[in-house]
Design a protein around this ligand. Structure first.
Ligand SMILES: [Zn+2]
Length: 390
């Protein structure tokens, strides 16, 4: 396919505008500016491109923005997604909202995570429009709020959008991420009997009982090493996150509450995790008649494991290889991305985006060359995937 050119300076200008707008997630960081200003900027950009555009509030003052390029019909539809929010800026060693370009890097909070990726798919779509290419399938650009906290933006979007496949341009270092873990959050409570510290024959120590639970979780974690590991993701893991309990130094604790996180392989569900916890609690009850506890999986996000032979993955990897002349390898992510929500909603979604340095760190930058390569690959991939009307 002949390469369609895109306006590199325009891409950088869009990215600089995006970085200069403070969009710190307001539920993650108290007083954060939120996404309303940046969402308005993206809406204006989509409108200037002639996309069928709208905002949609996931919460008051927190609007997703969606632009649709209607296809002529007869081709698969593709969604390109990125999140508008960023983490906080405390302790940053650069001006977070001054997007300077130095030695091939563009600096600023969100430059990498993930305003860079958003600028790439905007530039790719602008290139397709400027070249007069007519697509068969619909192309949907969607920028969502609140990725860095609770995913309220994606939660809302996923039920409103239909597409055959999706790409989230998170900074994947120009690698194609087809698999990622999910996670579950679990709350465990042990119950004891609060009496004076001298009354050992009556008191039941809820904290010591939680110690037994912690030992079982450690054994569980070790047992994962014996399980067959996922090719791209390795093994599941479990770790303690928060613990609380006790009344006073001279009192047997009546209650101890532990919160735990389990990082799940794609096939493992919240129900599987609940069964695992229930089995441990049943075992501890059999060992000690005084052991009283309950455990509850209270939140799960799904993992995903896309087949390598689906059309989007094949087309993306072919175009990446075409531009880099190296064999592209598929990657897995241990961290949980919102791609899991789109995939679970029936829109198989990969991650593919630019390269740079440490998204949540004191210095954040995106490599300008990687923005250009990412955009070129997106242009080719969009046209080939959605189909071109000649
Ligand atoms: Zn991100």
């Amino acid at each position: 396919m002949a390469q369609i050119p895109f306006d590199k300076q325009a891409l950088l200008t869009v990215l600089q505008n995006l970085v200069s707008i403070n969009s710190i997630n307001p539920t993650l960081v108290e007083g954060g500016a939120g996404e309303s200003e940046i969402s308005a900027y993206v809406l204006q950009t989509f409108e200037q491109m002639g996309l069928n555009s709208r905002q949609d509030e996931a919460a008051p003052g927190r609007p997703n923005v969606i632009g649709r390029l209607e296809g002529a019909g007869g081709g698969p539809s593709l969604i390109l997604n990125g999140h508008l929010d960023t983490v906080g800026v405390e302790g940053m060693e650069i001006d977070p909202f001054d997007p300077v370009v130095r030695e091939g890097r563009l600096y600023g909070r969100g430059s990498l995570d993930m305003k860079g990726g958003i600028a790439c798919f905007i530039a790719a779509t602008q290139a397709i429009l400027a070249a007069g290419v007519k697509l068969k399938g619909d192309l949907i650009l969607a920028c969502t709020v609140d990725e860095e906290y609770e995913s309220i933006g994606m939660d809302r979007l996923k039920s409103q959008i239909q597409a055959t496949a999706g790409i989230i341009t998170e900074p994947s270092g120009l690698e194609i991420v087809i698999a990622h873990k999910g996670f579950s959050w679990i709350e465990i409570e042990t119950r004891g009997k609060a009496v004076h510290g001298s009354m050992h024959d009556v008191g039941v120590d809820a904290i010591v009982h939680m110690g037994k639970m912690l030992r079982e979780l450690e054994k569980l974690n070790e047992s994962f090493y014996a399980t067959v590991a996922h090719k791209l993701l390795g093994r599941p893991t479990i770790h303690a996150s928060l613990i609380g309990g006790g009344i006073g130094l001279s009192t047997y604790p009546d209650r101890c509450v532990l919160k735990v996180e389990r990082r799940n392989l794609p096939h493992e569900t919240g129900e599987d995790v609940q069964n695992e916890i229930d089995a441990i609690l049943a075992h501890l009850r059999r060992e000690d008649a005084n052991f009283e506890a309950s455990g509850r999986v209270f939140f799960t996000q799904p993992g995903a494991d896309l087949p390598q032979d689906i059309p989007l993955v094949q087309i993306l990897s072919k175009n990446l290889e075409g531009q880099t002349s190296t064999k592209s390898e598929f990657k897995g992510w241990a961290a949980w991305p919102e791609a899991g929500l789109l995939t679970a909603a029936g829109i198989p979604t990969v991650l593919f985006g630019p390269n740079g340095h440490d998204p949540h760190a004191p210095i954040e930058y995106v490599e300008v060359d990687s923005l250009m390569l990412c955009t070129s690959v997106l242009v080719d991939t969009i046209i080939e995937y959605c189909g071109r009307v000649w």
